[in-house]
Design a protein around this ligand. Structure first.
Ligand code: FAD
Length: 451
């Protein structure tokens, strides 16, 4: 594969060599300019960014443009949100409407989880799960099946009850789980290919408290016979590793607690030691930007993400990759990747291992599979990383990996497409709402339509 073809396939374009700014606790003031993604590794191929402030204005933009791609909070690492013609940012659609009777919240497409969470918590509600970072928009997160962790927790698209979508001809569609059944399951993880999502309705549950405890140095050998016990030891569990010494450097256990409950976490967890101070996933980094640990209970939205809303963790200059394998093969998959440890570690900030429960959303990475997620936060060293990705993908091939839709990968389109049994149905659904491919960009064309 030559360089141009690779970039087309992976959607990746790293802007030369950027000096790493991987340091915790930088503020929003240092966010990149809007023509770049959050990480700064993608320069979007157009400066035509429309910013409508109402549903009618979105409809006008959609009718006016023959090619268009919706833009969320720009947290994707590949070219999934790119367009070489027009982008429409929904950032000005920021309504939040709670329906107590239906126990739902309906948010404008520009709303980010970190803005939504305190509003619903104040009314006594919660969402079942959150990603590691609260700065991501709801519409953009569900588009790519963004996930948190937890053996019994579906990804962030699973609580979606309804969608308001502006389709290619400017019509407004209201799709819902109750009314549209199977078709709705096709539209939720939409990859930006069904239309411009203007509002999302999410199921709510009663607010809850979480206490977070961190352990250090868990041998991978413990995973061989205790895989589900370890990943199921809390409501949400994450393992971090640098792939050296056959161990997870840290285990973050997020446990649901009842207010007033007295609980002292044991000092040992499968022979890993309970941390005696708050830790950043990269042990030597300051932990100021991380959510509270040491077993101190707090509201769900201040514990489920790893990083606080008021901080920008890792400052943007990083790359991310993530592969999903069936959980039942999780241990073998970890060992397969570990074989590349000496190639991986020099270019890695940290790896995170998480689990996600299966769902029925056609293009979800968890479609009908309980998953182990093997995630890599890389240093911004694209030339080296792009050599390693195919090697990791080869190691994982026996486990039929699905790559994260929004992160960097080099899996060939035919192999990727074979992982999605409802792909043909998804194409029909997208064609039905967008017969001319107005919302289809090169990333979608390459990964979903070419063979
Ligand atoms: C620091 C960091 C941490 C992350 N942590 C996690 C994590 O814990 N778990 C995880 O799974 N992922 C994680 N991600 C990845 C992230 O969740 C995804 O990239 C997500 O899709 C980004 O959403 P966004 O709003 O930024 O969308 P964008 O990146 O702007 O767009 C993503 C896709 O959504 C589409 N889209 C966005 N808004 C709309 C809309 N209104 N209508 C139609 N289509 C739309 C775009 O066209 C594009 O296809 C992380 C990313 C970063 C940078």
């Amino acid at each position: 594969m030559d360089k141009r073809e690779f970039l087309k396939t992976s959607g990746a374009l790293v802007a030369g060599t950027v000096a790493s700014r991987f340091a915790s606790g930088q503020s929003h003031a240092q966010q990149p300019a809007p023509h770049e993604n959050w990480a700064g590794n993608i320069h979007y191929s157009t400066d035509h960014v429309h910013t409508p402030a109402s549903l009618d204005e979105v409809r006008d933009v959609v009718k006016k443009c023959s090619k268009l791609r919706a833009l969320g909070s720009r947290h994707s690492f590949n070219r999934i949100a790119d367009s070489n013609a027009n982008q429409v940012s929904l950032e000005h659609l920021t309504s939040i409407d709670i329906d107590d009777k239906a126990r739902t919240v309906t948010v404008g497409a520009g709303v980010r989880y970190g803005e939504l969470a305190p509003v619903i918590d104040a009314k006594g509600y919660a969402l079942p799960n959150l990603a590691s970072l609260p700065h991501i928009s709801v519409a953009g997160a569900i588009a790519t099946a963004t996930h948190g962790s937890g053996i019994h927790n579906g990804n962030l698209a699973t609580p979606v009850r309804a969608l308001e979508v502006v389709s290619a001809n400017g019509d407004v569609l209201n799709l819902s789980r109750d009314k549209d059944g199977d078709q709705f399951a096709g539209a939720v993880v939409h990859l930006g290919a069904v239309g411009a999502i203007t509002r999302v309705t999410l199921d709510l549950e009663p607010t809850f408290q979480v206490a977070q405890t961190v352990y250090q140095d868990l041998s991978f050998s413990e995973l061989e016979h205790n895989f589900d016990g370890i990943f199921g030891a809390g409501y949400s569990v994450s393992l971090f590793t640098d792939w050296q010494k056959h161990r997870a450097t840290q285990v973050w256990i997020k446990r649901r607690v009842t207010p007033g409950e007295q609980h002292t976490a044991p000092e040992l967890f499968y022979n890993a030691r309970r941390a005696t101070r708050k830790l950043h996933p990269i042990t030597e980094h300051p932990a100021e930007s991380c959510t509270e640990q040491m077993g101190i209970p707090g509201p769900w939205y201040q514990r489920l993400p790893h990083f606080k809303m008021e901080f920008t963790p890792s400052s943007g200059r990083e790359l991310q990759t993530e592969y999903f394998v069936p959980r039942e093969h999780g241990y073998e998959a970890i060992l397969a990747v570990e074989k590349l440890k000496d190639k991986i570690t020099p270019h890695l900030f940290v790896t995170e291992l998480r689990t996600i429960a299966a769902d029925n959303l056609w293009m979800s990475t968890a479609y009908q599979r309980d998953l182990l997620a093997i995630h890599f936060t890389w240093k911004p060293e694209w030339d080296a990383v792009k050599q390693i990705l195919p090697q990791i993908e080869t190691q994982l091939k026996p486990f039929n990996p699905r790559p994260h839709w929004a992160k960097l990968f080099t899996i060939p389109p035919a192999q990727l497409q074979a992982q999605y049994t409802r792909l043909a149905d998804f194409r029909s659904l997208a064609n039905q709402h967008d017969p001319t491919g107005k919302f289809r960009n090169d990333f979608i064309q390459t990964n979903l339509y070419s063979s």
